[in-house]
Design a protein around this ligand. Structure first.
Ligand code: F6R
Length: 592
């Protein structure tokens, strides 16, 4: 449960079966709070069948009652659930009419009652789950157990990930591999609409209509060290520091520097579609959406492919004009984001070729795409995304070079771009060695209430991402804008207390950004500049300068975001917030 806590952490609970009895313990707060309570009830965990859950509240506030597991009216079943039951109100009304009483406001409690009713009627747990789910609209990854059938659990999935870990006289279920990797590396990925009945010896998989499904067993490659903090104070700091390696991993075996070309096995089958595409639509959420924005610059400017970016959450609901000539590129660290998955299905249904840039191998987006590229960043545990972002950008750069070459870019230019890309891990390492000034700036601004982040071109999305990092983990209100847009409104915010972070590399629009800096300076804003090592003019204008090595324009964001990740980190630490598990957030947003 501790290993899964990063996915949701407002409350936690367990249910175990022992001697034909169901024991439940749930608490608002962290897994540590639950552990403390359990410590006072020693013996509760001595059981062979059980389930635990960490919650990210959707329906009902995060308190002891709404924590999972939920029981039915007669305590015949215990249920944990990720996702949302959309028609829970209608089901609840009917159950209340039949005399059911509910303790809290959770949609999962309604599902537990419904399964309980079905179980009472048929006496078979898997059949009861199937019958209940037939009445349910929404998304779920559920685990159900019952004291009446103490040797088994029943699990089902639609829209929320579930994997089954295959052990030796023991089996496991989890919503991601990190929870079970210490016990087994053999896993079965349950697909949407599937149910499994699991005992210590057996796994029976079937569809919701009771048709048996044969599933293959996959091997997971995560190492335990990847999901541990390894001496760092926080996962976020560890992951920021891993970036020289993770960026290299994203390119390894793919970037052919001497040939000035790129080979991406996962795109081989769809290369024809990619080359003839009318346009590429990039769609994603949050940080991954920022990566998409940088990707749009790369694809259009370097490969000259028309590209568009759209929030995945908006894509599906505006009936987009997408057809078989389009390639839709989904970007997702987790590969499970519900909004992004919906966009994938919408695009697929309209005939487009859908490709994924995904970190988690075996995730739904990876499995449902026609092709794609894994970013190989390793597990990202800190809720604020860092290394996944730079790996996504690296993969976008690879795709760009590959398309540019295939569309006629000469070898010489290809070699130049490939060399630039290959130099990035070293440049990122350089930035990571120089955190002194960033820590100083963090101390100076830790009590600010607002901050502005400004950049132009491919560094505009870097401004957005820098601002997002700050607000996510320090709760300081921060906005990102294209630098020139400032004068159209946000400039009204600038006074002597407003920190303004400029990303100002020495590129083709350097002078324009310098003019924007002057505009802020004239209004006494406090200027923090992310500038190149060889920039001698910036010192005269900025109060603080964070130095970054000079990088080829469209690859610059991969280096320039690093100091902004660190700035957010050190400010959050100075403010004493929970860096790895910031309030209200969840790592994998599997609800729309
Ligand atoms: C920000 C963050 C979120 C995610 C977003 C998409 O630090 O982590 O904004 O980027 O929820 O998640 P994925 O990439 O898993 O689809």
């Amino acid at each position: 449960m501790r290993r899964l806590e990063y996915r949701g952490y407002d409350s936690a609970g367990i249910a175990v079966l022992r001697d034909g009895e169901l024991y439940v313990c749930k608490r608002a707060g962290k897994v540590a709070d639950l552990a403390q309570t359990l410590g006072e009830n020693d013996g509760l965990l001595q059981a062979f069948v059980g389930v635990g859950h960490t919650r990210w509240a959707t329906h009902g506030e995060p308190n002891d009652i709404n924590a999972h597991p939920h029981l039915d009216q007669k305590k015949l079943v215990a249920v944990v659930h990720n996702g949302i039951i959309e028609n829970f109100m209608a089901i609840k009304t009917k159950l209340v009419r039949d005399g059911h009483q509910f303790l809290g406001g959770s949609d999962t409690e309604v599902l537990a009652h419904l399964i309980g009713v079905m179980f009472e009627q048929c006496g078979d747990l898997a059949s009861a789950v199937r019958a209940a789910l037939a009445e349910v609209k929404g998304t779920y990854g559920i685990v159900v157990l019952s004291p009446k059938t103490p040797d088994r659990i029943v699990v089902a999935r639609k829209g929320s990930p579930l994997i089954i870990g295959v052990g030796d006289h023991e089996n496991f279920v989890a919503s991601d591999a990190s929870a079970i990797v210490a016990h087994t590396r053999q896993v079965v990925y349950l697909d949407d609409g599937e149910i499994a009945e699991i005992t210590s010896e057996n796994i029976r998989t079937m569809t919701i209509d009771d048709v048996t499904v044969e599933k293959s067993v996959h091997q997971i490659t995560i190492e335990l060290s990847q999901i541990e903090r390894g001496g760092y104070d926080h996962f976020m700091l560890k992951e920021i520091n891993e970036q020289p390696d993770t960026i290299l991993n994203a390119m390894r075996g793919r970037l052919l520097v001497e040939e000035g070309d790129v080979k991406l096995g996962g795109l081989q089958n769809t290369m024809g579609k990619l080359l003839s595409a009318r346009r590429i639509v990039l769609t994603a959420c949050g940080t991954s959406w920022h990566a998409a924005l940088v990707g749009e610059y790369m694809l259009e400017q370097i490969a000259r492919v028309p590209a568009e970016v759209e929030y995945a959450s908006e894509f599906r609901y505006r009936d987009p004009i997408v057809n078989i000539d389009d390639v839709v590129l989904l970007i997702s660290q987790s590969g499970e984001t519900a909004d992004t998955l919906s966009a994938l299905r919408e695009a697929k249904q309209k005939g487009a070729t859908v490709l994924g840039i995904v970190n988690v191998v075996g995730s739904t987006i990876a499995r449902e795409s026609h092709g794609g590229v894994f970013v190989h960043a390793g597990p990202e545990i800190g809720v604020a995304s860092t290394k996944a972002f730079t790996s996504q950008l690296t993969v976008l750069a690879l795709i760009t070079i590959m398309l540019a070459r295939a569309r006629g870019m000469n070898r010489e230019r290809g070699v130049m771009l490939a060399r630039e890309l290959a130099s990035l891990p070293e440049k990122v390492a350089q930035v990571l060695q120089n955190t002194e000034v960033i820590q100083k700036i963090a101390q100076e601004f830790k009590d600010t209430q607002h901050a502005l982040y400004l950049g132009r071109g491919a560094n505009f999305p870097v401004a957005l991402e820098g601002a997002l990092k700050l607000k996510e983990i320090s709760y300081i209100h921060a906005e990102g804008y294209p630098a020139a847009e400032m004068k159209h409104g946000p400039i009204a915010l600038i006074d002597k207390n407003m920190p303004v972070v400029f990303i100002v590399p020495r590129d083709g629009i350097y002078d324009k950004v310098m003019s924007n800096i002057q505009e802020v300076r004239a209004r006494k804003g406090r200027i923090i500049a992310v500038a190149n090592d060889d920039d001698t003019e910036i010192e005269d204008l900025a109060e603080f300068v964070i130095r970054v090595p000079r990088t080829y324009g469209f690859f610059g964001p991969i280096v320039n975001i690093i100091p902004l990740q660190l700035l957010a980190y050190y400010i959050a630490v100075a403010r004493g917030t929970n860096v790895d598990q910031p309030r209200n957030l969840a790592k994998s947003v599997t609800v729309e």
